[in-house]
Ligand binder design. Sequence first.
Ligand code: C2E
Ligand code: MG
Ligand code: MG
Length: 741
Amino acid sequence: MSGSSDSGATARPGPAARAGAVTAAAEALFDEVTRQAAEACGARIAALSVVESGHQWFKSRGPLGASETTRLLRLCAETIRTRDGVVFADLDADERFASKGDAKGLRFFAGVPIWTSRAGAIGTLSVLDGAPRESTGDTLERLRELAREAARQFDIRLGGQEVLAQGERIAHGDRSPAGMLTEAEYRRLVEQSAVGTYVIQNERFRYANPRLAEILGYDATDLHGAEVAPLVFADDRAGVLARLRGQFLADEQPAHTFRAVRRDGRVVHVEVHETPAQLDGRGALFGTLLDVTERVRAEAQAAERALVDPLTRLPNRIRFLERLETELAQSRRYNRKLAVVHLDLDGFKFVNDTWGHATGDRLLQSLALRLTRGVREVDTIARIGSDEFLILVPDLKQSGDMSTFAQKLLGLMGRPVEVDDRSLQVTASVGVATFPEDGQDAEELLRNADAAMYRAKDNGGNTFELCTPELTALAVERLELQNGMRVALDKDEFVLHYQPLVSLGSGRIVGLEALIRWQHPQRGFLSPATFIPLAEETGLILPLGTWVLKVATAQLKKWIDMGLMLRMSVNFSARQFRERGLVSIVDDALTRSSLEPKHLEVEITESIAMEGAEIVVANLNTLRQMGVGIAIDDFGTGYSSMSYLKSFPVTSLKIDKSFVTDLPTNPADAGIVRAIVEMAHGSRLSVIAEGVETRDQFQLLQKYGCDEMQGYWVSRPLPVEGIEQKLQEEQAFWSQGAAGA
Ligand code: C2E
Ligand code: MG
Ligand code: MG
């Protein structure tokens, strides 16, 4: 044990003087440790987080969104709690840490605490990935090794040099040539040791070295022959005596900690390591003792910090859940009501994107403060995601209260906030679930408050929804669908239908769009609108998307081989485009089906492209370079900013159905469509109109110079056989036509 401890008597820096001791000089060390961790574990991201006397340091190697940082901090807290590390092969499988739809999607996490001997667990070292991973057994072992090395470095920075130097003097200075120590040398070793050292026999000290006496505030000789029991804090006495009486072997712990009472009455935390021995023919204990008071305190502080959101100082989800459980127990016992409120800001992402994260952070801090001031002392507010808050309202009088309460929250959030000389305004969506009506336990209440919040969002935001039985059913259904989807992929319950894309010039089918359907064993055909958003939430969209691509390309290859020349459009969700492996998944599908990339077109929505995330742009560029076509789906419904198109390698625009529907009757829509066509052609993009249901629409689109169309007027999406028949009929028609001409 090289790491000794501080006692009030020695003149080592106290915690306050040490603040910054670790972090100030350790920047390079952070870099090195994260680099090695990423390398050793073959991970994309490695992160080192250090909490130290009021500072929170965070260093990551690899891309990490701001919204992920809070989630990571929660994971770090969990890591410290486990004491020796934790692996989440798939975070989304753990509902405490599952990412929300807006997160950048961390899936794999492995972390270990960094245990210093001077300050206990001061932080964590972790590796992360965007995809779930099998955890190989040695990931944690490698991390532990690195964390131990880092801990040693931190110990030195925490003021350990003196101890090490002293230890070295003892170890090397007086060694006899043969490598053996004389008895006098042994005595010096023990007397000078920076560790408390003792021999106990008959529950009394038979020997105690000066350091032990110092830790307990006595003179060196005071302890010789002294009874042990009075030196132990009353509550811990029974346990310590049991060990002294030889019962300690039962629990096989080599070290144990307890509280000792100093001569001046102060309580210190000590950790002892003991070995039973024989002395003068009777049993005895040889032991060493460390003052770990500061470590215990630091641990308690770290545990406390682990329950707080560092940005707003509000409780985090873990603490919220603790409180909720406690309050629920009370409410059950005394027949009281309580409410869980889920509050999510509307348009916060826009603030972040427009004004930067620093401004976004200050806005959140102001809003958090407002919330705190706006609710009762007994209510608990927690921040559980980048722009998500939970509020626990205990001891509710009537559930009628909650409408007023929710209205008040909307008022609080909706007022402008002055941040950095700017007046910013966001609104909120609020969902409320009450106990016992809307849920019997924490999980159910949270789920239903969440569902109500989503309903408020669907209604346009800046509003609240109280949980209703119908909403509860909806939340349950969502959960059932999510669970069902996991097995559906294995059970082959998904199928692709194909809808023709027709050239407005020639009238011929030039392409097909693959559209997924779920043949649910009980509920029949389910539309993608029901389950794609859920699959995005759980991350199942990734394997599902890969499946779609594989089936669609294989099918297309078959048709091409039959002489039915076509292009295949496949829809991709945002989540897929944020994956680093996306390009190789596409490449793999093309290779397997021996298709040329030009036969494939990827459809993405405007918002994905607008996100502008580095990874998204990189994926788009690489796909385009390969020769894959890129279409912007539902064009016109998103940001409608055309300027961004120049910076993306887009090949076509699909005008949203909403503009096509009223084309014959609404001059504004006609204007928009003409403008889109003109602009697109100016940028050498082709234009496809979606949702064409009538001849009128068809003809107008033709007139406006639109290139292709898709819609019920030509054909609904059809299963393989239906499409195959259509394609063959068409081919026959055209070859006949050609022959006839
Ligand atoms: P989308 O990509 O915009 O697909 C067009 C949707 O419009 C399809 O709905 C199609 O059936 C429908 N549609 C086509 N012509 C007409 C028409 O004339 N009138 C009307 N009223 N509707 C028409 P569907 O198949 O329900 O798909 C809905 C959305 O689900 C798709 O919108 C797409 O965003 C998503 N989706 C479908 N398949 C996949 C997939 O494999 N992966 C992903 N990520 N999303 C998919
Ligand atoms: Mg589409
Ligand atoms: Mg569309």
